[in-house]
Write a protein that binds this ligand. Structure first.
Ligand code: MLC
Ligand code: AMP
Length: 505
């Protein structure tokens, strides 16, 4: 039976005994072995009573089995909902409730904390640990190695990825089989991936970058991945000689450059380095070329759209730009007030349209209507301009968003928590420059009259409910927040005042 994504990424490798994954312990997993594991998992999940269209939430460490869970969901027509492993149970419960997930796959060590929440939301729980053990794989072990692929057309949903919102409530971006497949095919072609590629994969697999860009591309061409559990500069340096290509967020590149062992000899054979998810400083681009002779290829994407633009493979990869719209993607710069297209050179909001653009936010028609126009253009919330040579520059954001090490953080979510704390009158959260993470979180607190809020207790409260990467790196107390004549908090003033805070962190 036809299944758009499964047939084109997974099913076509049936019987292929060539390696798909190289693991840190030196072991390999073949395409055929991987598909067998995926089929067993698909059988196990359907035996739990899940049906096509149901959501499967996965908060699991990166492992071959975790990747096979993605393949299993695609094959069984289930909607895959990967979640950052850093999310707390509080955060998780929102995603489960909002998505109506029928199954949560989590690490065994978290079952005690997650099970009561799951029960309250009528979701089943299965475990999958970092070493591939757990109840999911136990249930899968007795299942057949083949599974009758469920038919799925191009408009059927394949995944929900939650992106935080400016109001503090996350939105489930609905991605179809066609959204994912069309983007993969364009990127394979644009970046010249072939079955000879060995991609060094050190990204997490719960986001677009590591899952839909990196993994789908390699699956599409039948290449190999060096599948590392996380980014560790020494480990990456040890494996680079065996790779042909690498994808990373800017922090990967700045950390490599900080390591004296990282030199040109190590990577002379490499074909391609790609960066995205956050702005790559032009100075990093230049330093990388000086050290290695390679020009990093920077591209621009989003959870809702996958990849939108890319610097050219053959032409000039221009530092500080994200290149041109990808084939099939229309991009325009518009006036945020009128929606009218602006002439080249002028700064406005970036809008995109194409087969890559998602179908909307799950059960949030107003939010969908506010960002996805009826004519199919998606308002990205990024501000940019097109230069005289057609290169697209991202110059800022029209949305209150912090990007730390490639993770998105919406200040509103943190402000809501800070505002609730004893002795706090109000707060503002801003992103300030950070040498390692690009930006980091600074919380500014205004106490109630004659109060002295307990900053340690506030940080403790943040730990309870927010993922580690969202915690303010520092809290400062001010008598009042800077406001404009309309009474709106001037976050730009705070960003400017505190821009040196972590300059040498
Ligand atoms: C980890 N920490 C972070 C963090 N990552 N804090 C802020 N920002 C981050 N990104 C926490 C850790 O929990 C730790 O807490 C402390 O900060 C320092 O940890 P570390 O050891 O230095 O971090 P590390 O584990 O090495 O992780 C850093 C990283 C990782 C940059 C390697 O965050 C990463 O892999 N980021 C990639 C994110 C990504 O894939 N984004 C793509 C989104 S898709 P403690 O308690 O020890 O202090 C997208 C669309 C597109 O945006 O265009 O691609
Ligand atoms: P996410 O919601 O995690 O998918 O993050 C998407 C956001 O990351 C975009 O809206 C941009 O603000 C940012 N982003 C992605 N790639 C780049 C890039 N190359 N340069 C600057 N910002 C980027």
């Amino acid at each position: 039976m036809a299944n758009t994504l499964y047939d084109n990424l997974f099913g076509k490798h049936a019987g292929n005994t060539a390696p798909f994954l190289h693991l840190p312990d030196g072991g390999t997993i073949s395409y055929d072995g991987f598909l067998g594991t995926a089929a067993r998992i698909a059988n196990a999940i359907t035996a739990l009573g899940l049906e096509p269209g149901d959501r499967v939430a996965a908060q699991v460490a990166k492992s071959p089995q975790a990747l096979a869970l993605y393949a299993a969901c695609v094959q069984a027509g289930l909607i895959f909902l990967p979640l950052n492993t850093a999310y707390t149970v509080d955060e998780l419960s929102y995603f489960i409730e909002n998505s109506g997930a029928k199954l949560i796959v989590c690490d065994g060590a978290r079952t005690d904390a997650i099970a009561p929440m799951a029960e309250g939301l009528s979701a089943q729980v299965a475990t999958l640990n970092a070493d591939g053990s757990g109840s999911l794989m136990e249930q899968a072990a007795d299942q057949p190695e083949t599974f009758d692929t469920v038919a799925r057309g191009k408009d059927d949903l394949a995944a929900f990825l939650y992106t935080s919102g400016t109001t503090g409530r996350s939105k489930g971006a609905m991605l179809t089989h066609e959204n994912l497949l069309s983007n993969t095919e364009v990127l394979v072609d644009h970046w010249r991936f072939t079955g000879d590629d060995v991609l060094l994969h050190a990204l997490p697999i719960f986001h677009t970058h590591g899952l839909f860009v990196a993994t789908n591309i390699i699956l599409s061409v039948g290449g190999k991945m060096i599948f590392l559990p996380k980014f560790d500069a020494e480990e990456v340096i040890a494996w680079l000689p065996k790779a042909t290509s690498m994808m990373g967020v800017p922090t990967f590149y700045t950390r490599l450059l900080e390591d004296a062992q990282f030199n040109g000899d190590l990577v002379r054979h490499m074909r391609l380095f790609i960066s995205g998810s956050a702005p790559l400083l032009a100075e990093t681009h230049v330093q990388f070329e000086e050290r290695t002779g390679h020009r990093i290829l920077e591209r621009y994407g989003m959870t809702e759209t996958n990849m939108n633009t890319s610097n050219p493979y053959d032409g000039e990869r221009r530092a500080g730009t994200v290149g041109f719209a990808l084939p099939g993607v229309e991009l325009k710069i518009t006036d945020p007030d009128t929606g009218k297209t602006l002439p080249d050179g002028e700064i406005g909001q970036i809008e995109v349209r194409g087969p890559n653009v998602f179908k909307g936010y799950w059960q949030m028609p107003e939010k969908t209507a506010a960002e996805l126009r009826e004519d199919g253009f998606f308002i990205t919330g990024d501000l940019g301009k097109i230069d005289e040579d057609g290169y697209i520059h991202i110059v800022g954001r029209n949305k209150d968003l912090i990007i730390s090490g490639g993770y998105n953080i919406y200040p509103k979510e943190i402000e809501l928590l800070l505002d609730e704390q004893p002795g706090v009158l109000e707060s503002a959260v801003v992103g300030v420059p950070h040498p390692d993470f690009g930006e980091t979180v600074l919380g500014v607190i205004v106490p109630e009259k004659d109060e002295q809020p307990d900053l340690d207790a506030i940080m403790e409260a943040a730990k309870q409910s927010l993922a580690r990467f969202k915690h303010p790196r520092r809290l400062v107390v001010m008598d009042a927040l800077p406001r404009n004549t309309m009474g709106k908090v001037q976050k730009n003033v705070l960003r400017e005042d505190f821009k040196e805070m972590f300059a040498t962190a």
